[in-house]
Write a protein that binds this ligand. Structure first.
Ligand SMILES: Cc1ncc(COP(=O)(O)O)c(C=O)c1O
Length: 403
């Protein structure tokens, strides 16, 4: 990225990669990074593209730029300094970690919780810790990459069931009988589809076959349920999921960080063996404090969640009226499938020209031929802003022949 590197003669290895990048550019599938010059919010200033409405952020509750969330981080920065300079068990545990973890456990009706520097770390630090060669991991086919990698890092027997297919899950559970431990692993909300896992059915099967459930609720927390407590609240089954993993990088302030919520024995055990806990720095105290404030705001302002739900409804209905066919669902993710990756990228560029920032996703993030524009709604968007986005969708959709 730097000018100095650009003038260095390419090594054979770099030349090989340059050829692969040239091919991506030729195919129109090369991703470019866009630089934002203002805080993450409903609208931002984007270097080279001006002012834009943001329909691509995970900022579901609009808390990333909330004054109280910022102030909580600022106070913690002053009180605890810039970083932890240590992993948790050596000397990286600060009092804001405990306060945050207690609030997260309460949020999920679990005994305990443990923070990580990201949900990626949480997911990849979980499965290898609790499932060994005598155990079985049964995972939804559309699970997030971090769950997939977490499963791959475990020595357990692995099986994948067809997305949300309970008949297939039951078949895989029957095959797994005899294992010391069986885990069913699912996203709460599937990030590329916006669909919601059939959690009550999963719970029934888990009980029938003696399995435990691991649910990643990164896109459910702050979004689903009247109070934003996630997929379990949405279905009225709180307290019935064994292990919930989540992120602080989306609805809960949007900075970074992840967590695992579950039985106290699990959290105690992860503190002994989970490799990202043992070998990687703790979450900075300033982020823990901001995230705790975000949880507090979510708990005290259910109207923020209601505002998000109303915005999702307005966007979905508006898109359908224009002739788009977004994938159905109750989450804040509204995907529009457009086919080829290059087309999704081209459409996203056209929308940015109209002042709407929304990323096009293609292979390998989603299967070939199912590239999409993934709208992510947030509570900071006003009706007027949503309507402005719809005007842009209409113009670009007509220009590109999508509607
Ligand atoms: C379903 C899901 N799980 C895990 C993650 C990883 O979260 P984090 O950004 O905290 O590492 C993401 C992030 O995109 C996600 O969508």
């Amino acid at each position: 990225m730097t000018a100095a590197l650009a003038t260095t003669p390419a090594t054979p290895f770099a030349a090989q990669l340059e050829a692969e990048i040239a091919a991506l550019k030729q195919a129109g599938t090369f991703k470019t990074l866009r630089y934002i010059q203002t805080p993450m919010d409903a609208e931002v200033d984007m270097e080279g593209s001006g002012h834009a409405l943001v329909l691509s952020a995970n900022n579901y509750l609009g808390l990333a730029n909330h004054p109280e969330v910022i102030e909580a981080g600022r106070e913690a920065l002053t009180k605890y300094g810039a970083g932890t300079a240590s992993v948790r068990f050596i000397c990286g545990t600060f009092t804001p970690h405990r306060a945050l973890e207690e609030a997260l456990a309460k949020l999920h009706f679990t005994q305990s919780a443990l923070s990580y520097v990201s949900c990626w770390s949480a997911n990849t630090g979980l499965m290898p810790s609790i499932a060994g060669s005598e155990d079985a991991l049964i995972s939804d086919a559309l699970n997030h990459a971090s769950l997939i990698d977490g499963c791959r890092m475990s020595k357990a027997k692995r099986a994948v069931y067809k997305h949300a297919d309970m008949t297939d899950l039951e078949a895989k559970l029957k095959e797994a009988q005899g294992a010391r431990r069986i885990f069913i692993i699912t996203d709460g909300v599937f990030s590329m589809e916006g669909s919601i896992a059939p959690l009550p059915d999963i719970i029934t099967l888990a009980k029938k076959y003696g399995a435990a459930i691991i649910m990643d609720d990164c896109h459910g927390v702050g979004v689903l349920g009247k109070h934003g407590r996630g997929t379990a609240e949405y279905f009225g089954v709180e307290g019935q999921v064994d292990i919930i993993t989540g992120t602080l990088g989306k609805a809960l302030g949007g900075a970074a960080g992840g967590y695992i919520a579950g039985p106290k024995a699990l959290i105690d055990y992860l503190n002994q063996v989970s490799r990202p806990q043992l070998f990687s720095n703790a979450l900075p105290a300033t982020i823990a404090a901001s995230a705790l404030k975000a949880v507090e705001i979510m708990n005290r302002e259910p109207e923020r969640v209601a505002r998000l739900h109303a915005g999702v409804k307005r966007m979905r209905e508006g898109l359908k009226k224009l002739g788009f066919k977004p994938l159905e669902g109750d989450s804040a993710i509204v995907p529009i499938i457009v086919g080829e990756t290059s087309f999704a990228i081209a459409m996203s560029k056209e929308l940015l020209n109209e002042g709407v920032f929304i990323t096009g996703f293609g292979f390998p993030v989603v299967p070939e031929g199912t590239a999409r524009l993934r709208i992510q709604m947030n509570a900071a968007l006003t009706d007027a802003q949503i309507d402005r986005a719809l005007v842009a969708f209409e113009k670009v959709g007509k220009k590109l022949g999508v509607i």
